[in-house]
Design a protein around this ligand. Sequence first.
Ligand SMILES: Cc1ncc(COP(=O)(O)O)c(C=O)c1O
Length: 395
Amino acid sequence: MNTQLVYLDHSASTPLDPRVLDAMLPYFSEHYGNSLAVHSFGRQAERAVEDARDTVARVMNCHRHEIVFTSGGTESDNLALRGPVQYALTQGQPITLITTPVEHKAVAVTARQLRDTAGAALRVVPVDEHGRVSADDLRAALQNLPSGGLALVSLIHSNNEIGTRNPIPELAAIAHEYGAIVHTDAVQAPGHGPLDVSALDVDLLSLSSHKFYGPKGAGVLVVRNGIDFLTSHSGAKHEDYRRGGTHNVPGIVGTAAALELAMNTWPETAPRLAALRDRLVEGIMDRVPDTRLTGHPADRLPGHASFAFAHLDGNTLLMLLDQSGIAASSGSACKVGDPRPSPVLEAIGLGPEWTRGGLRLTLGHSTTGADISAVLDVLPKKIRAARQMPPSISV
Ligand SMILES: Cc1ncc(COP(=O)(O)O)c(C=O)c1O
């Protein structure tokens, strides 16, 4: 194994920014009160939570009451779907969920579960070869909605596996024309471009702090005023009854600090990462035969490069790269011993010779030109080796 490690899996997780850690540290040991307690310790914790709420609302251009602190992206996605559905159930309304085949599992599995347990009708809108939803396809999915019912459209903002960004404001406007409400999973978005809830025109939006140099186990769900929502995470009065459970005060403080940094720094970091990413993409496309860039060629996350390699098992390639000190990912949930093809690669129309051979390389603050050179040197050799091995062998 090389001693020089190259981490190119920032879409999976990012390191905690030291400035975020500094902001969080006092809330682990010094200021440990419960934010619902009436005494001074409690009031101090409550102040920290409410200051964090102000910060998050300010940098995302929404109201402080619209911010719900959660345990991360999976919980935010769950609540985003389950909250409106639970409310509709109490009203006896028919429920229609509209989503895409390229959603993260936190949305996809939840939608299927609500179909099976809450009687929701589930409509899946196809995506194009870049993983984008078209206005016409969304319109088609919005036809003949039952009157007086809940229609909830959930569309991924920036795809975790292939980096494509959806035109959310345009699609949200269409959904609203038909009386639907709109959720977007924006977990991959912060730090890569603007993220203005009002400009996006969505009703619900999910974030996960560890994707933008904040802590793991913390996140945000934005629930815009006027959205009917009955939590599936009930308890005491935390988060205005929308998410019960003692506040993770250090996590919430860290979320606000990290999000503010992400919003302030993206204009500088995004072009730097995009330039390195373009060098990486060009180099790989030049050096490796039978390769496709997956995702949109231009409108994609700046630090995101993703590929499909024909006749290759992605897990085998990941293990070979790891042996050379390169940390990458397939971007899908497939694991060693589970060599199923990627549903996202299938949804963008790739055939069976491609769908097991996904590779995602995601750049971040620490990525350098030397990292890109190292990958361009090592990857073609590892792909040649992987193509000669049977699928998912232990190496
Ligand atoms: C698009 C997307 N949504 C949701 C999640 C889940 O977030 P968390 O890890 O905070 O549960 C992820 C994490 O990989 C993601 O990429």
